[in-house]
Design a protein around this ligand. Structure first.
Ligand SMILES: [Zn+2]
Length: 368
Protein backbone atom coordinates (compact mmCIF):
# COMPACT_ATOMS: atom_id res chain seq x y z
CA UNK A 1 0.00 0.00 0.00
CA UNK A 2 1.06 3.51 -0.60
CA UNK A 3 0.90 5.66 2.45
CA UNK A 4 1.15 9.31 1.97
CA UNK A 5 3.57 11.33 3.98
CA UNK A 6 1.62 13.53 6.32
CA UNK A 7 4.30 14.97 8.56
CA UNK A 8 5.70 18.27 7.52
CA UNK A 9 3.42 18.65 4.58
CA UNK A 10 0.34 19.86 6.37
CA UNK A 11 -0.97 23.19 5.41
CA UNK A 12 -3.02 25.20 7.80
CA UNK A 13 -5.57 25.65 5.10
CA UNK A 14 -8.93 24.18 5.96
CA UNK A 15 -9.86 23.92 2.37
CA UNK A 16 -8.52 24.35 -1.07
CA UNK A 17 -9.92 24.50 -4.51
CA UNK A 18 -9.29 22.00 -7.20
CA UNK A 19 -8.68 24.58 -9.86
CA UNK A 20 -5.63 25.79 -8.01
CA UNK A 21 -4.29 22.42 -7.17
CA UNK A 22 -1.33 21.03 -8.97
CA UNK A 23 -1.45 17.30 -9.64
CA UNK A 24 -1.04 15.06 -6.66
CA UNK A 25 2.34 14.69 -5.14
CA UNK A 26 1.50 11.05 -4.57
CA UNK A 27 2.01 8.47 -7.21
CA UNK A 28 -1.34 7.12 -8.09
CA UNK A 29 -1.63 3.49 -9.11
CA UNK A 30 -0.49 2.98 -12.64
CA UNK A 31 -2.97 1.75 -15.15
CA UNK A 32 -2.54 -1.88 -15.82
CA UNK A 33 -2.84 -3.04 -19.38
CA UNK A 34 -6.46 -3.74 -19.99
CA UNK A 35 -7.21 -7.26 -20.98
CA UNK A 36 -9.59 -7.39 -23.86
CA UNK A 37 -12.34 -9.91 -23.49
CA UNK A 38 -12.21 -12.93 -25.69
CA UNK A 39 -14.43 -12.37 -28.65
CA UNK A 40 -16.44 -15.53 -27.95
CA UNK A 41 -17.35 -14.38 -24.46
CA UNK A 42 -17.84 -10.73 -25.16
CA UNK A 43 -20.80 -9.14 -23.55
CA UNK A 44 -23.49 -7.37 -25.50
CA UNK A 45 -22.51 -3.86 -26.38
CA UNK A 46 -24.93 -1.13 -27.25
CA UNK A 47 -25.10 2.57 -27.62
CA UNK A 48 -27.05 3.47 -24.51
CA UNK A 49 -28.44 6.61 -26.04
CA UNK A 50 -30.31 4.67 -28.68
CA UNK A 51 -31.07 1.55 -26.71
CA UNK A 52 -34.77 0.83 -26.54
CA UNK A 53 -36.11 -1.52 -23.88
CA UNK A 54 -37.04 -4.65 -25.79
CA UNK A 55 -37.22 -7.49 -23.28
CA UNK A 56 -37.21 -10.20 -25.90
CA UNK A 57 -34.32 -8.89 -27.94
CA UNK A 58 -30.97 -10.55 -28.17
CA UNK A 59 -27.62 -9.07 -29.10
CA UNK A 60 -27.37 -8.46 -32.81
CA UNK A 61 -24.48 -8.36 -35.18
CA UNK A 62 -24.41 -4.61 -35.05
CA UNK A 63 -23.44 -4.63 -31.38
CA UNK A 64 -19.75 -5.12 -31.65
CA UNK A 65 -17.52 -5.73 -28.67
CA UNK A 66 -15.29 -2.76 -28.09
CA UNK A 67 -11.61 -2.74 -27.36
CA UNK A 68 -12.08 -0.53 -24.35
CA UNK A 69 -12.39 -1.92 -20.86
CA UNK A 70 -14.51 -5.02 -21.09
CA UNK A 71 -15.24 -7.83 -18.74
CA UNK A 72 -12.41 -10.29 -18.45
CA UNK A 73 -12.99 -13.97 -17.85
CA UNK A 74 -11.82 -13.66 -14.27
CA UNK A 75 -14.35 -11.01 -13.36
CA UNK A 76 -17.54 -11.84 -11.61
CA UNK A 77 -20.43 -11.78 -11.84
CA UNK A 78 -20.41 -13.14 -15.36
CA UNK A 79 -22.95 -11.70 -17.72
CA UNK A 80 -25.93 -13.85 -18.45
CA UNK A 81 -26.95 -14.71 -21.96
CA UNK A 82 -30.34 -13.07 -21.61
CA UNK A 83 -30.23 -9.49 -22.79
CA UNK A 84 -32.88 -7.55 -20.91
CA UNK A 85 -32.14 -3.86 -21.01
CA UNK A 86 -33.80 -1.84 -18.34
CA UNK A 87 -34.97 1.71 -19.01
CA UNK A 88 -33.76 2.71 -15.55
CA UNK A 89 -30.15 2.03 -16.45
CA UNK A 90 -29.62 4.61 -19.15
CA UNK A 91 -26.49 6.47 -18.24
CA UNK A 92 -26.96 10.18 -17.90
CA UNK A 93 -24.60 13.06 -18.29
CA UNK A 94 -21.53 12.70 -16.15
CA UNK A 95 -21.52 15.28 -13.39
CA UNK A 96 -17.81 15.65 -12.87
CA UNK A 97 -15.10 17.42 -14.70
CA UNK A 98 -12.38 15.07 -13.60
CA UNK A 99 -13.52 11.92 -15.32
CA UNK A 100 -11.51 10.26 -17.98
CA UNK A 101 -13.85 9.43 -20.79
CA UNK A 102 -12.71 6.68 -23.06
CA UNK A 103 -13.69 6.47 -26.66
CA UNK A 104 -16.19 4.06 -28.09
CA UNK A 105 -19.63 2.99 -27.01
CA UNK A 106 -20.12 1.75 -23.44
CA UNK A 107 -20.22 -1.93 -22.75
CA UNK A 108 -23.36 -2.97 -20.97
CA UNK A 109 -24.29 -6.15 -19.20
CA UNK A 110 -27.43 -6.88 -17.25
CA UNK A 111 -27.12 -6.09 -13.55
CA UNK A 112 -26.98 -8.97 -11.11
CA UNK A 113 -29.40 -9.47 -8.26
CA UNK A 114 -29.43 -6.47 -5.98
CA UNK A 115 -27.59 -7.07 -2.70
CA UNK A 116 -27.17 -3.32 -2.29
CA UNK A 117 -30.89 -3.05 -1.63
CA UNK A 118 -30.15 -4.48 1.81
CA UNK A 119 -28.30 -1.30 2.79
CA UNK A 120 -30.27 1.10 4.95
CA UNK A 121 -29.45 4.49 3.47
CA UNK A 122 -30.19 7.79 5.17
CA UNK A 123 -30.12 10.21 2.27
CA UNK A 124 -31.81 13.28 3.71
CA UNK A 125 -29.95 16.20 2.12
CA UNK A 126 -30.11 17.93 -1.23
CA UNK A 127 -27.29 19.74 -2.99
CA UNK A 128 -26.30 23.07 -1.44
CA UNK A 129 -25.51 24.41 -4.91
CA UNK A 130 -28.20 24.71 -7.60
CA UNK A 131 -28.20 22.93 -10.93
CA UNK A 132 -26.03 24.90 -13.30
CA UNK A 133 -23.36 25.41 -10.64
CA UNK A 134 -20.76 22.89 -9.55
CA UNK A 135 -23.09 20.83 -7.38
CA UNK A 136 -20.89 17.75 -7.13
CA UNK A 137 -18.24 16.98 -4.56
CA UNK A 138 -14.65 17.85 -5.44
CA UNK A 139 -12.78 14.55 -5.72
CA UNK A 140 -9.29 15.82 -4.93
CA UNK A 141 -10.10 16.62 -1.29
CA UNK A 142 -12.98 14.40 -0.17
CA UNK A 143 -14.12 13.77 3.39
CA UNK A 144 -11.23 12.33 5.38
CA UNK A 145 -8.72 13.16 2.65
CA UNK A 146 -5.56 15.27 2.73
CA UNK A 147 -5.17 16.10 -0.98
CA UNK A 148 -2.05 14.02 -1.20
CA UNK A 149 -0.78 14.93 2.25
CA UNK A 150 -0.76 18.66 1.61
CA UNK A 151 -3.78 19.62 3.69
CA UNK A 152 -5.34 18.82 7.03
CA UNK A 153 -7.64 15.83 7.22
CA UNK A 154 -10.85 17.13 5.70
CA UNK A 155 -13.92 17.24 7.92
CA UNK A 156 -16.24 18.18 5.08
CA UNK A 157 -16.44 18.29 1.31
CA UNK A 158 -15.90 21.06 -1.22
CA UNK A 159 -18.24 22.43 -3.85
CA UNK A 160 -15.85 24.53 -5.91
CA UNK A 161 -17.71 27.51 -7.33
CA UNK A 162 -16.95 31.14 -8.16
CA UNK A 163 -17.40 33.87 -5.60
CA UNK A 164 -21.00 34.95 -5.35
CA UNK A 165 -22.55 31.61 -6.30
CA UNK A 166 -25.77 31.18 -4.27
CA UNK A 167 -25.61 28.66 -1.39
CA UNK A 168 -28.81 26.77 -0.66
CA UNK A 169 -30.06 25.07 2.50
CA UNK A 170 -29.59 21.33 2.01
CA UNK A 171 -32.75 20.53 3.97
CA UNK A 172 -35.44 22.28 5.99
CA UNK A 173 -34.49 23.36 9.49
CA UNK A 174 -33.61 26.20 11.83
CA UNK A 175 -30.53 28.42 11.61
CA UNK A 176 -28.52 27.92 14.80
CA UNK A 177 -25.55 30.05 13.76
CA UNK A 178 -25.23 32.84 11.20
CA UNK A 179 -22.14 35.03 11.08
CA UNK A 180 -18.45 34.68 11.71
CA UNK A 181 -16.66 32.22 13.97
CA UNK A 182 -14.58 34.99 15.55
CA UNK A 183 -16.14 34.38 18.98
CA UNK A 184 -17.89 30.99 18.62
CA UNK A 185 -15.51 28.18 17.80
CA UNK A 186 -16.59 25.62 15.21
CA UNK A 187 -13.20 24.59 13.82
CA UNK A 188 -9.82 23.75 15.40
CA UNK A 189 -9.31 27.50 15.89
CA UNK A 190 -11.39 30.65 15.88
CA UNK A 191 -11.76 32.41 12.53
CA UNK A 192 -11.43 29.10 10.73
CA UNK A 193 -14.64 29.02 8.68
CA UNK A 194 -14.98 32.79 8.35
CA UNK A 195 -18.60 33.59 7.55
CA UNK A 196 -20.62 30.47 8.17
CA UNK A 197 -24.15 29.23 8.62
CA UNK A 198 -25.17 26.18 10.66
CA UNK A 199 -28.65 24.71 10.27
CA UNK A 200 -30.23 22.18 12.62
CA UNK A 201 -32.57 19.98 10.62
CA UNK A 202 -35.98 18.66 11.55
CA UNK A 203 -34.91 15.02 11.28
CA UNK A 204 -32.50 13.08 13.45
CA UNK A 205 -29.72 10.64 12.69
CA UNK A 206 -30.52 6.91 12.71
CA UNK A 207 -29.09 6.87 16.25
CA UNK A 208 -31.53 9.57 17.34
CA UNK A 209 -29.09 12.49 17.45
CA UNK A 210 -29.66 15.99 16.05
CA UNK A 211 -28.24 16.58 12.57
CA UNK A 212 -26.60 19.84 11.47
CA UNK A 213 -25.22 21.09 8.18
CA UNK A 214 -22.43 23.68 8.18
CA UNK A 215 -21.63 26.02 5.30
CA UNK A 216 -18.21 27.66 5.57
CA UNK A 217 -16.05 30.34 3.94
CA UNK A 218 -19.07 32.28 2.72
CA UNK A 219 -18.71 35.66 1.07
CA UNK A 220 -22.04 36.78 2.46
CA UNK A 221 -24.43 35.39 5.06
CA UNK A 222 -28.05 36.11 4.12
CA UNK A 223 -29.99 34.53 7.02
CA UNK A 224 -30.26 35.23 10.74
CA UNK A 225 -29.86 33.15 13.83
CA UNK A 226 -33.12 31.41 14.77
CA UNK A 227 -34.65 31.76 11.32
CA UNK A 228 -36.73 28.89 9.92
CA UNK A 229 -35.36 27.79 6.55
CA UNK A 230 -36.97 25.68 3.86
CA UNK A 231 -34.88 23.34 1.77
CA UNK A 232 -33.44 25.17 -1.23
CA UNK A 233 -33.61 28.61 0.38
CA UNK A 234 -30.63 30.79 -0.44
CA UNK A 235 -28.65 31.32 2.77
CA UNK A 236 -25.63 33.16 1.42
CA UNK A 237 -22.99 33.30 -1.26
CA UNK A 238 -19.76 31.43 -1.97
CA UNK A 239 -16.56 33.14 -0.87
CA UNK A 240 -13.17 32.48 0.70
CA UNK A 241 -13.55 33.94 4.19
CA UNK A 242 -11.67 32.26 7.03
CA UNK A 243 -8.83 29.92 6.17
CA UNK A 244 -9.49 29.12 2.53
CA UNK A 245 -7.53 29.09 -0.67
CA UNK A 246 -9.88 30.51 -3.24
CA UNK A 247 -13.67 30.71 -3.31
CA UNK A 248 -15.57 27.48 -2.65
CA UNK A 249 -18.28 26.13 -0.39
CA UNK A 250 -17.02 23.97 2.46
CA UNK A 251 -19.94 21.74 3.47
CA UNK A 252 -20.16 19.59 6.59
CA UNK A 253 -22.60 17.27 8.29
CA UNK A 254 -22.38 17.19 12.09
CA UNK A 255 -24.29 14.80 14.32
CA UNK A 256 -24.88 15.47 18.01
CA UNK A 257 -23.07 18.73 18.77
CA UNK A 258 -22.97 21.59 16.30
CA UNK A 259 -19.80 23.07 17.86
CA UNK A 260 -17.84 19.81 17.86
CA UNK A 261 -15.23 19.72 15.11
CA UNK A 262 -14.93 15.99 15.83
CA UNK A 263 -18.64 15.29 15.32
CA UNK A 264 -18.64 15.29 11.52
CA UNK A 265 -19.90 12.55 9.22
CA UNK A 266 -19.31 11.96 5.54
CA UNK A 267 -21.78 14.18 3.67
CA UNK A 268 -21.74 11.84 0.69
CA UNK A 269 -23.72 9.31 2.73
CA UNK A 270 -26.39 11.96 3.43
CA UNK A 271 -26.79 13.66 0.04
CA UNK A 272 -29.24 12.13 -2.43
CA UNK A 273 -27.36 10.86 -5.48
CA UNK A 274 -28.10 12.36 -8.84
CA UNK A 275 -30.92 10.63 -10.70
CA UNK A 276 -29.73 7.19 -11.82
CA UNK A 277 -26.45 7.64 -9.97
CA UNK A 278 -25.31 5.82 -6.86
CA UNK A 279 -22.77 5.97 -4.06
CA UNK A 280 -19.91 3.56 -3.38
CA UNK A 281 -18.83 2.98 0.21
CA UNK A 282 -16.54 0.41 1.72
CA UNK A 283 -13.92 -0.59 4.21
CA UNK A 284 -10.30 -1.14 3.19
CA UNK A 285 -8.26 -3.43 5.42
CA UNK A 286 -4.97 -5.27 5.15
CA UNK A 287 -4.62 -9.03 5.10
CA UNK A 288 -4.86 -9.10 8.90
CA UNK A 289 -8.02 -7.02 8.98
CA UNK A 290 -6.40 -3.79 10.14
CA UNK A 291 -8.05 -0.64 8.82
CA UNK A 292 -5.81 1.13 6.30
CA UNK A 293 -5.50 4.90 6.27
CA UNK A 294 -5.14 6.95 3.11
CA UNK A 295 -5.10 3.98 0.80
CA UNK A 296 -5.84 4.81 -2.83
CA UNK A 297 -8.50 2.94 -4.75
CA UNK A 298 -9.01 3.06 -8.47
CA UNK A 299 -12.63 2.83 -9.56
CA UNK A 300 -13.38 2.60 -13.25
CA UNK A 301 -16.07 1.64 -15.70
CA UNK A 302 -15.99 1.68 -19.46
CA UNK A 303 -16.74 5.38 -19.27
CA UNK A 304 -15.00 6.91 -16.31
CA UNK A 305 -12.06 6.48 -14.01
CA UNK A 306 -11.86 7.96 -10.54
CA UNK A 307 -9.84 7.61 -7.37
CA UNK A 308 -11.05 7.22 -3.81
CA UNK A 309 -8.96 7.61 -0.66
CA UNK A 310 -9.52 6.02 2.71
CA UNK A 311 -9.82 8.27 5.76
CA UNK A 312 -6.42 9.62 6.70
CA UNK A 313 -6.98 10.13 10.42
CA UNK A 314 -9.17 9.42 13.40
CA UNK A 315 -10.56 12.94 13.66
CA UNK A 316 -13.17 11.98 11.07
CA UNK A 317 -15.80 9.34 11.68
CA UNK A 318 -17.19 6.29 10.04
CA UNK A 319 -20.95 6.47 9.76
CA UNK A 320 -22.51 4.19 12.40
CA UNK A 321 -24.90 2.90 9.75
CA UNK A 322 -22.05 1.76 7.52
CA UNK A 323 -18.66 1.55 9.24
CA UNK A 324 -16.94 2.75 6.07
CA UNK A 325 -13.49 4.23 5.65
CA UNK A 326 -14.05 5.62 2.17
CA UNK A 327 -16.85 6.73 -0.10
CA UNK A 328 -17.11 7.72 -3.73
CA UNK A 329 -20.32 9.46 -4.65
CA UNK A 330 -22.05 10.33 -7.90
CA UNK A 331 -21.22 7.23 -9.91
CA UNK A 332 -23.53 6.49 -12.84
CA UNK A 333 -25.18 3.10 -12.37
CA UNK A 334 -22.86 0.64 -14.08
CA UNK A 335 -20.29 -2.06 -13.54
CA UNK A 336 -17.05 -0.82 -12.01
CA UNK A 337 -13.73 -2.44 -11.42
CA UNK A 338 -12.43 -1.52 -7.96
CA UNK A 339 -8.71 -2.11 -7.59
CA UNK A 340 -5.81 -1.31 -5.32
CA UNK A 341 -2.29 -1.58 -6.63
CA UNK A 342 1.06 -1.22 -4.93
CA UNK A 343 4.08 -0.54 -7.12
CA UNK A 344 2.26 -2.06 -10.05
CA UNK A 345 1.22 -5.16 -8.12
CA UNK A 346 -2.49 -5.74 -7.77
CA UNK A 347 -3.42 -6.13 -4.11
CA UNK A 348 -7.15 -6.15 -4.74
CA UNK A 349 -9.42 -6.25 -7.75
CA UNK A 350 -13.13 -6.88 -7.94
CA UNK A 351 -15.92 -5.94 -10.30
CA UNK A 352 -19.11 -4.68 -8.71
CA UNK A 353 -22.32 -3.12 -9.87
CA UNK A 354 -23.20 0.35 -8.57
CA UNK A 355 -26.96 0.59 -8.22
CA UNK A 356 -28.80 3.85 -8.80
CA UNK A 357 -30.28 5.90 -5.97
CA UNK A 358 -28.57 3.97 -3.18
CA UNK A 359 -25.26 3.11 -1.58
CA UNK A 360 -23.39 0.04 -2.77
CA UNK A 361 -21.01 -1.53 -0.29
CA UNK A 362 -17.66 -3.24 -0.90
CA UNK A 363 -15.27 -4.96 1.48
CA UNK A 364 -11.71 -4.41 0.28
CA UNK A 365 -9.28 -6.75 2.02
CA UNK A 366 -5.86 -6.54 0.45
CA UNK A 367 -3.79 -9.56 -0.35
CA UNK A 368 -0.57 -9.87 1.69
ZN1 LIG B 1 -13.28 22.20 3.03
Amino acid sequence: MKFLCLAGLMSLAACQTSNRVTPFAVTLPADEPVKVAQQGTAVPTADMSTLTPTPTSTPTQTRTPTATLTVTPSRTPTPTTTFTPSPTLVIGTLPTNDSTVTEGPPTWTPPPANPAAEIDDHYRLYRPIADGGVNWVDRTYPYGGTSGGRLQVHHGVEFVNPRGTPILAAATGTVVHAGTDASSQFGPTLNYYGNLVVIQHDFQSPEGQPVFTLYGHMDRVEVENGQRIERGTQIGKVGDSGIAQGPHLHFEVRVGNQFDFGATRNPELWIYPFFKFGTLAGLVTDASGNILREATLQVRSTDIQRYAFTYAGDTVNADPAFGENFTLGDLPANYYEVSVTDNGRVRFRETIYIYPDQTTWIDVQLKP
